[in-house]
Structures are given as C-alpha cells and as structure tokens.
Design a protein around this ligand. Structure first.
Ligand SMILES: Nc1ncnc2c1ncn2[C@@H]1O[C@H](COP(=O)(O)OP(=O)(O)OP(=O)(O)O)[C@@H](O)[C@H]1O
Length: 429
C-alpha cells in the first residue's frame, strides 16, 4: 500500500493532527519517553524561492520513532555562506537550522563549529586549513553547508589541492540550498525534498559519493573574480603542475558561460534566479540589433579512450553536465539520474535570439530540448575546446566551471574529464 501523504499524530492535548509528509523534517522522542517533538516546515505560500519557516510541535510519544542518538559520531561544522543567493543564509541559519539542531542534538549541538564566510576565499581557506588536514588523517567530519553550488565546489577544490593519504575519509556534506540556482541540490533531490535539506540533518540520513570532473586549462588561463575586475591564478595540480579546476555540476562555453559571467554582478544578483534570464535576453538581442554571437572553436568529445572532433567550428551552446538540473525547473539533462556519475553534452549551433529562446524554453518543460533536432545531446566522458586563435575578443573565450569563470588566451584550450577520485559524500535520499 502506498504511504499516506499525511503524517498523523496526537498533540499534547490528545487531539489528532496531520501534516503533509513532504513538509516533515523529523520526529524526535523526548528523554521522558512520554512525549515527542514533531519538526516540520511551513512553506511560504506562493513564494517558492523564500526559505520556509520551521515549526516545532510537542506531541505524544510515538514508539515507532526511537529517540535519536544525541551525540553525533562526526565532528560537525556549519558554514553560513553570507554572500550566496540573495543573502538569506544567516537568517535561515538562525530561524530554521539552529532550532532544528537544538532539538535533534540537545546534548552536542553546542559543540558544532559555526563559520560565517567573510570573503570569496573563506570556504577554500577553511577547507585547506581545517577540513583537509582532518579528513586526511581519517577523522570523520560532517559539514552543514548553507550556500549555492559555489560552496560545494570550493570544498571539492580545497580537498583536492593536496595529495591525499591512505587514511583520507571523505567528509559528509549536508547541502541546504541558499544559493541562486542550487543545481546540485535540485538534481540530487529532484522533487523529493521540500524541506530545503533540513530533513538530512538527522543523523540517519543516507550519504552518497559525489561524482566530480576535472578541467585542465592552457597556461594563459586565469580565474575572473570581483565581477571580472581582477584575474586570479588558478589552482595547480599538485602532481603535474597544470592549471586545473574541479567541478560537480557543469563545464560550459558559449551562451551559457557568457550569461553566467555577465549576470554575476551585485546589480544582477538582486534579481535572484531571474538574473540568468535577464542576461540571456541581453546576450541574445544585442542593443545594436545584430544577431547573437557565433562562438568559434574546435570542440571534441571523449568517449571511452578516444577523442572525436565535432564537424562544426561555430557554436552557440556547448555544455557538459553531471547533473540533471541547472535550476529547480531548468532540466538541462533529463537522462542524468541523481549522482549517477554520468556526463552529458548539450550543444547547438549559432542561431537567432528567438530560436535560442525557444530551445532554452524547452529545457524548462522537463528537458524537452534534447528531443529537438537542433540539439546534440549525448553521454560523454570528456570535452575539449581549443580556440586556436579563432576568437580575438576575450569576451568569447570565457569558460564556466560550476559558476566560476575562467578566461583563456587566444590560442588557449580547456579539457575536462570525469574524475575518479572520491573526495566528498553528500546527504540525500
Ligand atoms: N561574505 C562574503 N563576501 C564575499 N564573497 C562571498 C561571501 N560569502 C560568500 N561569498 C562568495 O559568493 C559566492 C556565492 O556562491 P554560491 O554558489 O554559494 O551562491 P550563488 O552563486 O548565489 O548560487 P548558485 O551557484 O547555486 O547559483 C561564492 O563565490 C562565495 O565565495
């Protein structure tokens, strides 16, 4: 029989009550054995993007739910990424995460270490100085991360910045989607979690290895930071010395990379998820009435051990992804299953603004763009883009790796491949 969608319980006045199961965070038996606590969320009606409120109700004990073990076996860290999304991580931490943790871990929550980000490099620094040494000596750690995809990527890159020992124990991450797009969270939980990840705070949440990829860049590639006002060195592979960046979501060039880059300003960020559509509009309908840019480079895909060059030398959209969704409702790769380790290519050629908008619109209809004859969609093992001097203007040589933007030189290149190493676990269904 299918499980009822309503969770029924008796409140402290012996009244029968019900809440929608999808809003249930946890049921915790109190130490007295006679009462329990029901934790659930109350979604903000009509405002999907607004973090929900948390409600905690006293109820009669339900023997079906054992008392949660009070102490966590893992050393717990909480990262509040204050600059993610529209800046709501700290409010969500205080109003939702803190009360949930106090109830789930009454004895040990005081020992959880809380870190608020203060700069773009906060998570990377924390990972290098604290998480990596612990994980590398085999300590079990749990990281509750209130951020978008950027926070995960900083963790992955920090953890891979030095060679690992045999004792290395992948930290477990609990992802609370406080960024703009939250591609990873929405792809892992595609429609199955309504609690903004809060239900995974309970100790018995399952965890899974996070599939990742590695992008290697030509020597003249630099990371653009501070709204592209500054260039920064890319991390280097500790063994080969080559410039690299690891990702878990997307590697792209062309329209996708341009609109992520152009919309990453304080001005655009205020608009939340709308910022991508606004930037797309600007890119697809240039103010001087010209058609959108035709991006020029040699593109090759890896299948098994062999690289194959695509016949076209002009493109509009070239993107490799490890996730099904780039936003909650933007299904870029409908064949990708949560954390399945697949990498898919989505590509289409130069076209006008309306046609590009039509194709992108299909992605918002459950990923129907992949059925369109204009779109090349296939499982791959790697992607290589070589400019060979075809693009004079640096603007068209911007690569996006999970939201970070890298600009390569005129004859530069990028090559990304699935990465076999297991560095991080993520909590999920
Ligand atoms: N206090 C801060 N000052 C400056 N930069 C910050 C601060 N806190 C976080 N950041 C930076 O802000 C960016 C936030 O990225 P993140 O991916 O978490 O959010 P997002 O871009 O809104 O979401 P998504 O990637 O899911 O669309 C990261 O580059 C992070 O390093």
């Amino acid at each position: 029989m299918a499980e009822s969608t309503t969770f029924m319980f008796k409140d402290e006045h012996n009244q029968e009550q019900g809440i929608d199961r999808k809003n249930l965070v946890a049921v915790v038996q109190n130490a007295d054995g006679a009462t329990s606590i029901i934790i659930h969320i109350e979604p903000t009606e009509g405002h999907d993007a607004e973090p929900p409120k948390v409600k905690i109700i006293k109820a009669q004990a339900d023997p079906a739910y054992p008392r949660l073990d009070i102490t966590s076996g893992r050393e717990t860290h909480i990262i509040v990424s204050t600059g993610s999304g529209t800046g709501k991580a700290d409010t969500f931490f205080k109003q939702a995460v803190k009360p949930v943790l106090e109830n789930l871990f009454p004895a040990s929550h005081n020992s959880f270490q809380i870190h608020h980000t203060t700069s773009e490099s906060s998570i990377l620094d924390l990972t290098s100085n604290t998480f990596f040494p612990k994980a590398n000596s085999g300590s079990l750690i749990r990281i509750i991360l209130l951020s978008g995809d950027g926070g995960v990527i900083d963790l992955v890159n920090g953890l891979l910045s030095k060679p690992a020992s045999k004792e290395y124990a992948p930290p477990q991450v609990i992802l609370l989607p406080l960024g703009t797009a939250n591609a990873l969270y929405h792809s892992i939980n595609a429609g199955t979690d309504n609690t903004w990840g809060l239900r995974f705070l309970a100790e018995d949440a399952k965890s899974h290895s996070l599939p990742i990829f590695t992008a290697v860049f030509s020597p003249g590639a630099y990371l653009l930071v501070d709204e592209a006002r500054r260039e920064e060195e890319l991390p280097k592979d500790p063994e080969s010395g080559r410039k690299i960046l690891h990702g878990a979501v997307v590697g792209s060039w062309g329209m996708h990379a341009s609109l992520v880059a152009d919309s990453d300003t304080a001005e655009y960020r205020k608009f939340g998820i709308e910022r991508f559509k606004m930037a797309a509009n600007d890119a697809l309908y240039p103010a001087d009435g010209s058609p959108p840019h035709a991006y020029k480079a040699k593109v090759s895909v890896l299948k098994g051990d062999s690289w194959k060059q695509l016949p076209e030398l002009e493109h509009m959209y070239v993107l490799a992804t490890m996730t099904s969704n780039l936003e909650k409702l933007f299904t870029i790769s409908p064949a990708s299953k949560p954390l399945d380790g697949s990498l898919h290519l989505v590509r289409f050629g130069p076209t006008n603004g309306n046609e590009a908008m039509r194709l992108m619109g299909l992605a918002y209809q459950g990923g129907k763009h992949v059925e369109d004859p204009a779109v090349l969609y296939e499982a791959i093992d790697g992607l290589r883009i070589e400019f060979e001097g075809r693009e004079e203007n640096a603007r068209w040589r911007r690569i996006c790796i999970d939201g970070k933007i890298i600009r390569v030189e005129e004859d530069g290149w990028v090559e990304l491949k699935k990465e076999p190493r297991h560095v991080l676990d993520v909590a999920g269904n």
